[in-house]
Ligand binder design. Structure first.
Ligand code: NI
Ligand code: MN
Length: 226
């Protein structure tokens, strides 16, 4: 499969038959190379309801007739918006035709701002383990460091992991480096930084904290073959 990074927390996975996008925040994302109108996807995976993750999901799902997989409350809400949804929750995995999805814990919030001064609660936030073609990709979503990440290192064989390093809302570089050690991924890519002033970080500083060649900064549009 081919995995590409598109700024903030946007990750695209292309398998031999399907295109999957995680957290497609495109309009308003100054770090992305994508355009909503041009993006062809079969599946949208969402970690939580915040607008910098749900992003352009509604338009994208409608223009592509794509399936949206998300934590239950968020999936239910998007289902009411007319999207084709598959709800899941933390600890659960499901084998889809496009690959196997398992939701992991994430310590964060989850809500959707439909209009000003109206916050809709969208359940617990999650991380995503995606498995296909014998490979495992981990997208941590938005989260602080938590010790059960050690379980991912113990029980999963993660080929490629995306960890937030922006600080303020999520782990900063120091904590993300600890997470990287615990999850034991072969390659770790920083995400969720430089999109807003409060999450400005030097991704190379994060990479320098990791052992060997584990860390890799991906530019928007860059891809890795697994
Ligand atoms: Ni968030
Ligand atoms: Mn976020």
């Amino acid at each position: 499969m081919k995995v590409s990074y598109h700024g903030h927390s946007v990750v695209k996975i292309q398998t031999d038959k399907h295109t999957i996008v995680i957290d497609p925040f495109i309009n308003g994302n100054g770090q992305t190379d994508l355009k909503v109108e041009d993006l062809k996807v079969d599946v949208i995976l969402l970690t939580h309801g915040h607008n910098d993750h749900v992003g352009d999901t509604i338009q994208l799902a409608k223009q592509n007739n794509a399936l949206v997989v998300a934590p239950f409350e968020l999936a239910t809400y998007l289902g009411w918006k007319g999207l084709n949804v598959h709800p899941m929750h933390i600890g659960g995995s499901h084998k889809f035709e496009f690959g196997t999805v398992k939701l992991t814990q994430a310590f964060h919030g989850s809500s959707y701002e439909e209009e000003e001064q109206k916050i809709i609660y969208t359940g617990m936030p999650a991380g995503i383990l995606f498995k296909k073609e014998g490979k495992t990709v981990y997208h941590a979503g938005d989260t602080g460091l938590y010790s059960d990440m050690k379980l991912l290192g113990e029980f999963e064989d993660i080929d490629l992991a995306f960890l937030p390093i922006g600080d303020n809302f999520t782990m900063g570089p120091e904590d993300a480096a600890i997470a990287a050690k615990w999850i034991k991924a072969k390659t770790v890519v920083p995400m969720h930084y430089n999109t807003f002033p409060v999450i400005e970080q030097d991704p190379k500083d994060f990479v320098s904290r990791l052992s060997g060649k584990t860390g890799k900064v991906m530019e928007a549009g860059e891809s890795i073959k697994l």
